[in-house]
Design a protein around this ligand. Structure first.
Ligand code: PLP
Length: 386
């Protein structure tokens, strides 16, 4: 199987598993216990916090460990909603459902800023809408298209208006630098399984002095901000993934991923007509390719590709299997046909150039097959102008 669905999740890196294993078996102790085992677990936890804080350019007391990206997003936004002054929650139309669903639950109301056809934030609209906002949120990179949004710029704009700013960086982590210390970002969420760490492990950065209201109450762990016995192995795994990803970024491994992704796209575009690359290709994650294929429904393509041993997604993993075109592609103004004919192919450092070439050949074969079937009257051939 050629695994090209890294934006859905990534395999655990050997180094990460090596770091985690002792904390699952031999050193199973509760970090709140006062005996030696507990102290050892506490030390591992705090060492992990130090690693994550340093990587973020943050202070250790600004890092809260969570059960993943969804919890980090929900906790932060629900907390701000409960204490913020009057005004609405301002976010973008292309956010992950963790943000959008959190916003939909708020009595204060949520207003979304649009994106252009490349999926980049409409900054003037964002600036105008900041005027009535109590707090705001813009993702670092979109999970479907890989487009990198100007989260630093949006944070600056929010700051200049005194509006607290949160960034969902779950899809960007490990792929681009995310230093927050010198930015105007007040809070940021990441998740370990998107960059070769374990599932069910995430972290939230909350700037010192910025309000945070816990979502979970109980034993007062995480400085009273996230109760529940800490998952030491998962937290150690998150820190190991952070270290590994920093090394990969510094040594150009993500540039190699981009080279592989670009070769895949070039081969597909050479091999068949009617292929459109969606999103801002000048500002996107190094690993993501979002392609539309005229005359092909992604649902059919996915089945054929799966049979050929290629795993990828239609839209986002969360939307896969649903018939509705994704809200992200609708926000970018793609036609329904184009949206429904798009694949998300997402690479990681486990992939090779020969896998990219093999996947491209498989995509070409699958598209040709589907077009020939649909062109023979079994289904409609939908032609759109890119
Ligand atoms: C942008 C974004 N935010 C939040 C999440 C949720 O993260 P988790 O799977 O860790 O709960 C995802 C997962 O796909 C995501 O892509």
């Amino acid at each position: 199987m050629i695994y090209l669905d890294a934006n859905a999740t990534t395999p655990l890196a050997d180094e990460v598993w090596g770091a985690m294993e002792p904390w699952l078996r031999e050193y199973f102790h509760n970090p709140s216990s006062t005996h030696q085992g507990g102290k050892r677990a506490r030390a591992a936890l705090e060492e992990a916090r130090g690693i994550v804080a340093e990587w973020w350019g943050a202070r250790e007391d600004e890092v809260i460990f969570t059960s993943g990206g969804t919890e980090a997003v929900n906790a932060l936004l629900a907390g701000w909603d409960s204490v913020a002054c009057e005004g609405y929650f301002l976010t973008s139309e292309v956010e992950h459902s963790a943000v959008l669903r959190s916003g939909q639950r708020m009595q204060r109301g949520m207003i979304c800023c649009g994106v252009d056809s490349l999926g980049t934030l409409r900054k003037e609209e964002f600036a105008a809408k900041l005027k009535g906002a109590a707090f705001a949120s813009v993702m670092a990179a979109n999970n479907e298209t890989g487009v990198i949004l100007d989260w630093r710029g949006a944070a600056e704009m929010a700051h200049s208006q005194g509006v607290p700013f949160f960034c969902d960086a779950v899809q960007a982590v490990g792929k681009i630098p995310l230093e927050v210390g010198s930015s105007a970002v007040d809070a940021m969420a990441i998740s370990a399984h998107k960059f070769h760490g374990p599932k069910g492990s995430g972290a939230l950065y909350v700037r010192r002095g910025c309000q945070f209201v816990p979502m979970l109450y109980g034993g007062g762990q995480e400085m009273g901000r996230r109760s529940g016995t800490e998952n030491v192995a998962a937290i150690v795994g998150l820190a190991a993934a952070v270290k590994l990803s920093a090394k990969k970024l510094a040594t150009g491994a993500m540039d190699d991923v981009a080279t592989i992704r670009d070769a895949f796209e070039a081969a597909v575009i050479r091999g068949i007509e009617g292929v459109v690359r969606n999103g801002d290709i000048a500002s996107r994650l190094p690993n993501t390719s979002h392609l539309s294929f005229a005359g092909c429904e992604a649902a059919g393509l996915l089945i054929l590709l799966d049979d050929m041993g290629v795993a990828c997604s239609a839209g986002s993993a969360c939307m896969a299997g649903k018939q509705k075109p994704s809200h992200v592609q609708m926000a970018m103004g793609l036609s329904e046909a184009q949206a429904k004919s798009s694949l998300r192919v997402s690479f990681s450092t486990i992939n090779t150039m020969s896998e990219a070439q093999g996947a491209a050949m498989a995509v070409i074969r699958a598209v040709k097959k589907l077009r020939s079937v649909q062109g023979s009257g079994v289904g409609p051939v939908v032609i759109y102008t890119p």
